[in-house]
Design a protein around this ligand. Structure first.
Ligand SMILES: Nc1nc2c(ncn2[C@@H]2O[C@H](COP(=O)(O)OP(=O)(O)OP(=O)(O)O)[C@@H](O)[C@H]2O)c(=O)[nH]1
Ligand SMILES: [Mg+2]
Length: 198
């Protein structure tokens, strides 16, 4: 296992509407630490470079996010964008072969698990594999896993053709499965009821 942070970039997505929560999830404190700050701290345990992709960086300027860099998401004309578009805009800046993509609403992430996964990336030998993700009965978990930078042209083609769904895009390509030993860590905090469980 390697824990070489310099080989990996992390992208944290923080541009969602939080309509189910009713307030910006990124700013909600969990054990006193705003969710985005918490997720970025964990991302920094795995990657030297951490990008936060959001249309509204000024909203997060008072968070403690040392060494994280904002990428201001540019809205596509006549389009609501969404996480796939935000990811593409972040990925365009990435210089490393692999990137760890994280949603900002994952309060139970475990840095040791992410580091363990990152250590397996060197052994993904097959060039056709564009991502390394956890598989659920409903499909891949797109917002807590690894993508190869090679996937950018494929992603841009899909978006240009009007595609906006991670699941649909991933179905068209080869993805390798990450072992999920701690399912709890993918707990997704979308609603006030979820928050009460965080
Ligand atoms: N940069 C960026 N991130 C997004 C966008 N849409 C969703 N996200 C992020 O993707 C992750 C998952 O978002 P969801 O929980 O599915 O949705 P949400 O829009 O935040 O919340 P709801 O309005 O309740 O669906 C979160 O980290 C969001 O901040 C987007 O358009 N741009
Ligand atoms: Mg969510």
């Amino acid at each position: 296992m390697t824990n070489d942070c310099s080989k990996l970039t992390a992208i944290v997505l923080a541009g969602g509407k939080s309509s189910r929560m009713g307030e910006d999830k990124a700013l909600i404190p969990i054990q006193g630490v705003p969710l985005l700050q918490r997720v970025c701290g964990i991302a920094q345990g795995c990657a030297d470079t951490v990008y936060i992709v959001t249309p509204w960086p000024e909203r997060y300027q008072n968070l403690l996010l040392p060494n994280c860099q904002f990428i201001r998401e540019v809205p596509l004309s006549g389009d609501t964008g969404g996480p796939l578009v935000g990811f593409a805009q972040g990925l365009a800046q990435v210089k490393t072969d692999w990137v760890l993509l994280l949603a900002c609403d994952l309060p139970k992430l475990r840095v040791e698990v992410l580091q363990d996964w990152a250590g397996k990336l060197d052994s993904v030998g097959d060039e056709a594999i564009i991502a390394y993700l956890v598989h659920h009965p409903k499909g891949w978990e797109p917002l807590c896993g690894f993508y190869n930078r090679r996937c950018l042209p494929l992603l841009l083609d899909f978006i240009t053709q009007g595609g906006r769904s991670f699941q649909q895009w991933l179905q068209q390509h080869q993805v390798a499965a990450l072992p999920l030993t701690e399912p709890d860590m993918l707990f997704n905090c979308n609603t006030p009821e979820d928050l009460a469980l965080s």
